[in-house]
Design a protein around this ligand. Structure first.
Ligand code: UD1
Ligand code: CA
Length: 446
């Protein structure tokens, strides 16, 4: 039997934030979501989150996550005290307890699986994850012999100068034999610099205690402050970009672009500098995105070009070109081969294939048929101050420059709207609509 416990009760004082540390976002997911994600493959019988500081908020943030038990630690008197809270809920439990620090978000599933396997084959009382860090400042130091047996962990602040020179570092990830741990947990003392109960002190009380060194030291990065948060973000971004480069995406200036876990690309996509992909965004084969674009929950087909533009909660079909300087807002759906040009904003509108909105327009709450040509500066006046209204433009219609379509309004197919018109009434198919004052000429006026 396997139980997983994530330590997530701490305040995270060093973050200087109103948000509990484990809810800080990292590449679109919270720290605690990432930690839980790293042990998903193990399929544990019990999954316990130890919460304390802003417990309700942490619980609420995970309400979608099934099968979690929450155990309250109040007050938060150290990592050992946190695990002591499991003595009651795990009273009848037999098997391994995997303990994960809630602020160590870069662990790979494979690493945790390997730790568990090693623990099982060596029959240790505890097996913990370590790494050799170039700069171990702030981490607990692990004292071990050549055969991997650990004698003690000493926190950075409790180390002597000599002990600090040891760069074998505690990751904060442990696999315990639960009944052996349960027997020593009550013996912890607060005899340390912070006056807290340290989980790390159990290691010297358990035998045999073993460690497994990770190959990629980045994995054990713990987050205590914003600088470390940024460092972890950089590691995740690097992993994501590398993954997609291996899948056939060109990044012209990789370091200038950011991705989310939910970003997907087809082959031969070219991502120009300064592009950002958030949420569940997919970009089809052969697209050229950027420079300077932001896509969030965007579904982009194949062979699309997006230049200096923002696309949010929108669908863009194959062959469209967007920008420069366009904004596709939530609910925009573009069918194939549409062209959305500069300084155009589109919101909650369906635009059928081959239509063009090339310059300086606002199109909101509208339905455009195929091959509509929206002239420069055309505006749908969709809002009367209280309600939003629909504009419908039939296939093949053209609006002249600077037209205002006051919604609700329907233009049939193949309508032509004269430049500078303000239309408030429906226009039948095939008609010419003019809605402007007649031009007046007064000769010899000056
Ligand atoms: C801890 C380890 C250290 C290790 C480092 C790895 C101890 C004593 N030290 O130090 O050896 O190198 O992690 O990142 O364990 N927490 C609670 N309740 C508490 C205190 C903390 O749930 O009362 C949680 C925190 O929310 C956090 C985790 O435990 O997720 C680690 O706590 P933190 O204070 O960050 O420990 P470190 O000083 O980083
Ligand atoms: Ca920490």
């Amino acid at each position: 039997m396997l139980a997983v416990a994530v330590l997530a009760a701490g305040k995270g004082t060093r973050m200087k934030s109103d948000l509990p540390k484990v809810l800080q976002p990292l590449a679109g997911a919270t720290l605690v979501e990432r930690v839980l994600g790293s042990c998903r493959a193990l399929d544990p019988q019990r999954q316990i989150l130890i919460v304390g500081h802003q417990a309700e908020r942490v619980e609420q943030s995970l309400s979608q996550h099934g099968g979690l038990e929450f155990v309250l630690q109040q007050p938060q008197n150290g990592t050992g005290h946190a695990v002591q809270q499991l003595l009651a809920p795990l009273a009848d439990f037999e098997g391994e307890l995997l303990v994960l620090n809630g602020d160590v978000p870069l662990l790979r599933e494979e690493t945790i699986t390997a730790l568990l396997e090693r623990h099982r084959t060596s029959q240790a009382a505890v097996t913990l994850l370590t790494a050799r860090l170039d700069d171990p400042t702030g981490y607990g130091r692990v004292f071990a012999d050549a055969s991997g047996h650990v004698s003690a962990i000493v926190e950075h602040r409790d180390c002597s100068e000599e002990q600090r020179a040891n760069n074998l570092t505690n990751a904060g990830i442990y696999c315990f034999n639960w009944s052996k741990l349960a027997a020593v947990l009550p013996q912890l003392s607060t005899d340390n610099d912070q006056g807290e109960l340290y989980l790390t002190d159990t290691v010297a009380m358990l035998s045999p205690a073993m460690h497994v060194e990770v190959a990629d030291a980045d994995e054990i990065n713990g987050i205590n402050d914003r600088y470390q948060l940024a460092q972890c973000e950089a590691v995740i971004q690097q992993r994501l970009r590398r993954h997609w480069m291996a899948e056939g995406v060109t990044f012209v200036d990789p370091e200038s672009c950011t991705l989310s876990d939910g970003t997907r690309f087809g082959r031969d996509v070219v991502v120009e500098p300064q592009c950002h992909f958030r949420g569940e965004t997919s970009v089809g084969s052969g697209c050229r995105i950027g420079p300077g674009s932001f896509l969030e929950n965007a579904s982009v087909g194949e062979e699309v070009e997006v230049l200096y533009s923002v696309v949010r909660d929108a669908v863009v079909a194959d062959g469209c070109t967007i920008g420069p300087y366009a904004q596709l807002r939530p609910g925009t759906e573009l069918a194939r081969d549409c062209r959305i040009g500069n300084f155009v904003e589109i919101k909650k509108s369906q635009i059928a294939a081959g239509s063009k909105v090339n310059h300086l327009s606002y199109i909101g709450d509208a339905q455009l048929g195929e091959n509509v040509n929206v002239g420069a500066g055309t505006i749908t006046a969709n809002y009367d101050g209280v309600n939003k209204h629909q504009t419908v433009i039939g296939a093949g219609s053209k609006t002249g420059a600077n037209s205002v379509l006051v919604a609700p309004i329907t233009l049939g197919a193949n309508v032509t709207v004269g430049a500078g018109s303000t239309l408030t009434k429906d226009v039948p198919a095939g008609a010419l609509a003019l809605g402007r004052a007649k031009q007046l000429i007064k000769e010899n006026w000056s």
